[in-house]
Design a protein around this ligand. Structure first.
Ligand code: ADP
Ligand code: MG
Length: 688
């Protein structure tokens, strides 16, 4: 038996070359081998008598080799190995291609298992390139049962890896089973070592199911345990209670130029309830682009400021921060609030001139500033808040425990601010439970009344000129247009190459009469800002941009969103681009272009043409492409699910409930194995 940390080179029959191949697929130790799970199984468990064989069955026969030899096929220039095997009921022919060495292993008279599909041609039944194995006493790993199939590279063979995993599994009991017994018993779970053995070599599909369940349970429980711990950590902090200022809030809502939707009212109400508690609010407000999250933020901030506390609104970019600054100045024009804009390049107080660095630092510190809007500059080190009551983060999903700790420390009154995160990324329920299991969720699913549906079209290349003609008309009517381009290749991470080409084409050849702007991630913040400003002021007719085009930016006059290489983007992202138009009263359009016409792509893009529901599109994308591709594993803090999947909604819910209950009743310090595991995970998983 090997130690779990034993390097694979120490294993029987692993030479330097094999070791290198294994390292390539991430296998360095015995432990790694055990956790290298098959991606599918071949069911060779049915052993059939030769006279019972039927065409197209996948089965195993057991028999004696009565003849085996190689011959060259001159026409195809390959070696063909032919064999005949028999059992007590009959015989069957077998052929293999290009494996001349077979006759060294298999000899006339050997008892063998042959597993594979039975083929039928004019010569009768035969096996073509089946799996084979000598039917020795003891263990066979490659035939006559349910056989695991692994993803392998290079010259590594299935047989080799099965042989090695079988060796490694002799040490499986050394793996610590950290899931508390009470949970295992309650759900009748297999032991961890059982599950790990079975997932490689299952006796039948029923136990395989149980093994998979146990391993998925582990994975999801850990994530939820992590969520629970950070939730509990945050809840232990003291927050200032913010009273609901009913009269002022009701007046403010009356003064709005529109009626709030039912979802908006509900979300606002949930926030007001949270704010009244002495523990910090910890909430995610999720709503499609244009669903009206800003006004909710305004209501919450108003309530905080009326309670004589400061509020902070943080945006991912300077342009967005500026837009919020302008909007909120308007919203709060009848109040005597001090509103500050603070970004890397600008510092503004109310609608006035710019102020000096130490001046604004002073009024934030002494409490004169009521509302501070900005970018990441807001958590910079030399800033101190007098009595920060609430922090709102726009369009950024995660804001780690660490960052929140920092904000608390900057708060002179030493309370932890209430926290609200807002996002327009439609996140399916299952994913939200994993990514945001530590947050309460408010959702805005309705759009404000009177929004026109954006007409979406997948435009065939032959109709491109027609589309340009349509764009020309719209611009002549005073409207504006976005053109989005994808990356050309990986080396061009910011998509600068393609966006520049497109810009040149439109500027020189297609629309020489119009003003065209160019926006990409390599430009300086200042340049981006001035281009966006020109676009906003209609000095630019067409804005050609990479996907950096700011989420949340409001250009009510833009009516066409044209997307090149649409197949390169996820549906959720395309849906967000589309949300950039249709923000004013004008009928708006989204034109999708692609040079990839395979059925799957067309089908996927058609989903966008048909549906205006961001959540439905996100679910669809999740099924089609998987979460890593849709949301980006790294950026979104998406934990790397090895075996569970986001379609396991029931199990996600169950593990969340179990983790909640467990940490309600127990102190995890009394569970050393679990504690140990959680400490390991913290380093690699999503708790920032
Ligand atoms: P997002 O959720 O994408 O941040 P915004 O808050 O920017 O959306 O709102 C988009 C637009 O809709 C704004 O111009 C806002 O004033 C308007 N709006 C918000 N709520 C309503 C409503 N209930 N009825 C009509 N218009 C609304
Ligand atoms: Mg917004």
């Amino acid at each position: 038996m090997y130690d779990l940390e034993t390097s694979i080179e120490k294993l029987t029959s692993v030479g330097k070359t094999t070791a290198r191949l294994l390292n390539k697929i991430g296998i360095n130790t015995v432990f790694d081998l055990i956790y290298y799970f098959p991606f599918r199984y071949d069911d060779f468990s049915q052993i059939i008598k030769i006279n019972q064989l039927l065409p197209n069955q996948t089965v195993t026969v057991k028999g004696k080799i009565i003849l085996i030899n190689n011959r060259r096929s001159f026409r195809k220039k390959i070696t063909i190995t032919e064999a005949l095997i028999e059992d007590e009921t009959g015989s069957i022919k077998i052929i293999w291609f290009n494996q001349p060495f077979l006759i060294k292993n298999l000899k006339t008279g050997d008892q063998v298992f042959i597993s594979g599909r039975v083929e039928f041609d004019n010569l009768g039944l035969q096996f073509v390139s089946p799996a084979y194995e000598k039917a020795k006493k003891g263990q066979n790993l490659n035939t006559a049962k349910i056989i695991p199939v692994y993803s392998v590279t290079g010259r590594l063979t299935q047989k080799q890896i099965r042989f090695l995993i079988n060796q490694a599994l002799k040490s499986v009991k050394l793996i610590k089973d950290w899931l508390p017994n009470q949970i295992k018993e309650k759900h009748n779970l297999l032991s961890l070592s059982q599950a790990l053995s079975i997932i490689h070599f299952p006796q039948n599909f029923k136990v395989l199911e149980q093994a998979l369940y146990r391993l998925k349970f582990n994975e999801l429980f850990l994530i939820q345990a992590n969520n629970q711990l950070s939730r509990r950590y945050l809840a232990r902090n003291k927050a200032a209670k913010i009273k609901f200022k009913e009269k002022e809030i009701v007046d403010f809502v009356k003064f709005l130029p529109f009626e709030l939707t039912a979802d908006q009212k509900k979300a606002a109400w949930q926030i007001f309830l949270d704010l009244e508690k002495a523990k910090p609010m910890n909430r995610l407000l999720e709503g499609d682009v244009g669903s009206g999250k800003t006004v909710i933020a305004a209501l919450a901030m108003l309530n905080v400021i009326l309670n004589k506390k400061q509020a902070v609104l943080m945006a991912p970019t300077e342009i967005l921060a500026k837009q919020h600054f302008i909007t909120l100045n308007k919203f709060f024009q009848n109040f005597n609030f001090n509103i500050i804009l603070l970004t890397g390049s600008e510092r503004i107080l109310n609608n006035q001139a710019k102020i000096k660095k130490d001046e604004f630092q002073e009024i934030i510190k002494n409490g004169e500033a009521d509302l501070i809007i900005g970018t990441h500059a807001l958590i910079q080190d030399d800033l101190q808040y007098n009595n920060l009551g609430m922090v709102i983060i726009d369009e950024q999903h995660r804001f780690g425990v660490e960052q929140r700790k920092k904000l608390k420390e900057k708060n002179l009154n030493k309370t932890a601010p209430h926290f609200l995160s807002m996002t327009a990324t439609p996140i399916p329920r299952s994913l939200a439970l994993i990514l945001y299991g530590d947050l309460e969720l408010s959702m805005i699913k309705q759009m404000p009344l009177g929004r026109k549906k954006i007409i979406t079209k997948l435009v065939a290349e032959k109709n491109r000129n027609q589309a340009y003609q349509f764009i020309r008309q719209e611009i002549q009517n005073g409207r504006q247009v976005f053109v989005i381009c994808p990356l050309i290749d990986e080396s061009d991470k910011l998509g600068v190459k393609s966006v520049k080409q497109e810009f040149k084409k439109l500027d020189k050849f297609i629309f020489p009469e119009f003003n065209i702007g160019l926006l990409h991630g390599k430009l300086k913040a200042q340049e981006k800002e001035s281009i966006m400003l020109d676009f906003k002021n209609n000095k630019i007719n067409i804005l050609v941009s990479t996907s950096v085009v700011e989420v949340g930016i409001d250009i009510p006059n833009a009516t066409i969103m044209m997307i090149e290489g649409a197949d390169r983007f996820g549906l959720a992202q395309l849906h967000q681009f589309r949300g950039r138009v249709g923000r004013g009263g004008y009928q708006s359009y989204c034109f999708l272009f692609t040079d990839n016409y395979n059925n799957k792509t067309t089908e996927r893009l058609s989903a966008l043409v048909k549906s205006a529901d961001g959540f439905a599109l996100a679910e669809y994308d999740l099924k089609f492409r998987g979460p890593g591709e849709v949301y980006g594993t790294r950026q979104s803090g998406m934990p790397d699910l090895k075996i569970a999947s986001l379609t396991d909604l029931d199990l996600i819910n169950l593990t969340k409930k179990e983790a909640e209950e467990f940490f309600d009743k127990n102190n995890f310090k009394n569970f050393p194995l679990l504690k140990n595991k959680l400490e390991q995970i913290k380093i690699i998983a999503h708790l920032e």
